[in-house]
Design a protein around this ligand. Structure first.
Ligand code: ARG
Length: 442
């Protein structure tokens, strides 16, 4: 009996060819699994295409709600932005698809799962690692990496020869992956890191030039770290994200252009459109600044970096992520309140925030009447804070030796009471290793 494989099927050229190749060349029974994370326009057509390409069964699932609530919300609460910028849309989608592959495989008695990643990116790592973490007995096959390697032209010729139902659209100049949390765009003209991304790379966001002249003002409320209302209307995750993508996109918010450190060791130039994710991270952070104790706020930024790294590197299903989630969840008890933002010409700007748990106390912060801050207490406080450096300076001398003023020879007095002094040139001490800089003065 042929072995069964559950293949993550997007309906594009690669996976359509893969269905046939897995059937004919590798002798598998193929179950095609299409997971809608917010980007699939026509699920019925995709189901039919899978069957026409030779799949035994085709399964189409709308997973938008679990995607937002179980994957995006935890990442939002953690503040997870890879390299401080990328909200991780693709990276968060992969573990969900992997989990469904594993669960469908269990139901269908499949011993293999497959996905359409190439051998060059992060996605293969995310799929393979996630599947291994969920069911180490399953075999994973990525046709585009593991034997099927065909150029686009070869795939089209193969599809024509086998009568596969492909739409040969003009080739997209970029490689794109999209879901509700964002749109990832790479390759083609974007590989020139100096080139301004051509406007045709963007689908969700207006350019600054085309964005409306007047800003939109929005109000978001959060309950324990999760956004729950938009402009006063209680809105469930998927609709809230869709609405913010639309509105933010209109105002050009959420374009990201970065050089990214891939897990496989390459630096690559990546463009993202993620209006909702950028707005929500900005608002969530503003609310945290209001309600989190300073120690937690500071420590949590290092947790955010770690969380983003592990998601990016495909370790969603790990005890490390579970433990970080536990910490993050514990920080979110007071992250309830309202944030107002303007969306204008490409930026989302916080213009106000409030919370019943606010630690911002006007009577402590004020410079006006009613100030309750103890100014005299500051004197003793500073005495103790400065004690170690005073002690060290007295015993060992000051740690800073480079004077700002030019040496005494150049200090000239001109006129009665006037002291003319010059500022010294800074001394450059470092150069790139191996690079000899003739201008170096020491
Ligand atoms: N660089 C991003 C990441 O690793 C996006 C990858 C997008 N994938 C694609 N097939 N275009 O998460």
């Amino acid at each position: 009996m042929p072995e069964k494989i559950v293949l993550a099927f997007s309906g594009g050229l690669d996976t359509t060819v893969a269905v046939k190749w897995l059937t004919e060349t590798r002798g598998f029974d193929v179950v095609a699994l299409t997971v809608d994370l917010g980007s699939q326009p026509n699920l019925n057509a995709i189901r039919e295409r899978a069957l026409a390409a030779g799949a035994l069964q085709s399964c189409v699932l709308d997973a938008r709600q679990p995607f937002i609530e179980r994957f995006c919300w935890p990442a939002l609460k953690a503040g997870a932005l890879y390299q401080g910028q990328y909200p991780l849309a693709t990276a968060l989608g992969r573990p969900l698809i992997a989990q469904l592959l594993v669960e469908v495989a269990a139901r269908e008695g499949a011993t293999w799962v497959g996905h359409g990643s190439t051998g060059k990116g992060n996605d293969q790592v995310r799929f393979d690692v996630a599947v291994g973490a969920l069911n180490p007995k399953l075999n994973v096959l990525a046709p585009l990496r593991d034997g099927m390697e065909m150029t686009r032209e070869e795939e089209i010729a193969y599809a024509r020869a086998k009568n596969l139902p492909i739409e040969v659209k003009p080739e997209s100049p970029y490689s794109v992956d999209e879901n509700l949390w964002g749109r990832s765009i790479e390759a083609g003209a974007l590989e020139d890191a100096l080139l301004k991304p051509p406007e045709d790379a963007f689908r969700w966001t207006s350019s600054v030039d085309n964005a409306p002249a007047s800003p939109a003002v929005i109000e978001l409320t959060f309950e324990r770290g999760v956004p729950t209302t938009l402009d006063g209307r209680r809105t469930r995750g998927v609709s809230l994200v869709e609405e913010l993508n639309r509105l933010g996109g209109l105002h050009g918010v959420g374009r990201i252009d970065m050089i990214e450190d891939r897990f496989v060791g390459i630096k690559s130039r990546e463009i993202y459109e993620a209006p909702a994710a950028v707005i929500l991270h900005t608002a969530h952070r503003a609310l945290e600044d209001l309600v989190l104790d300073a120690e937690v706020g500071r420590f949590k930024t290092s947790v955010a970096t770690e969380y983003a790294r592990l998601v990016y590197q495909g370790k969603w299903f790990s005890s490390h992520r579970r433990d970080l989630d536990t910490y993050v969840q514990s920080t979110q008890g007071a992250v309830s309140g309202t944030v107002r933002l303007t969306l204008h010409k490409g930026s989302a700007q916080v213009i106000g925030r409030s919370s019943p748990y606010s630690l911002y106390r006007p009577q402590l912060a004020t410079y006006s009447a009613g100030d309750q801050f103890d100014h005299q207490a500051a004197v003793g406080f500073i005495k103790l804070v400065g004690l170690p450096v005073r002690t060290q300076a007295a015993v060992q001398g000051s740690a800073v030796t480079e004077p700002l003023l030019e040496d005494d020879r150049h200090v000239v007095e001109v006129g009665p009471g006037a002291l003319e002094v010059g500022l010294a040139e800074p001394v450059l001490r470092t150069a790139m290793p191996g690079v000899v800089d003739p201008d170096l003065r020491r």
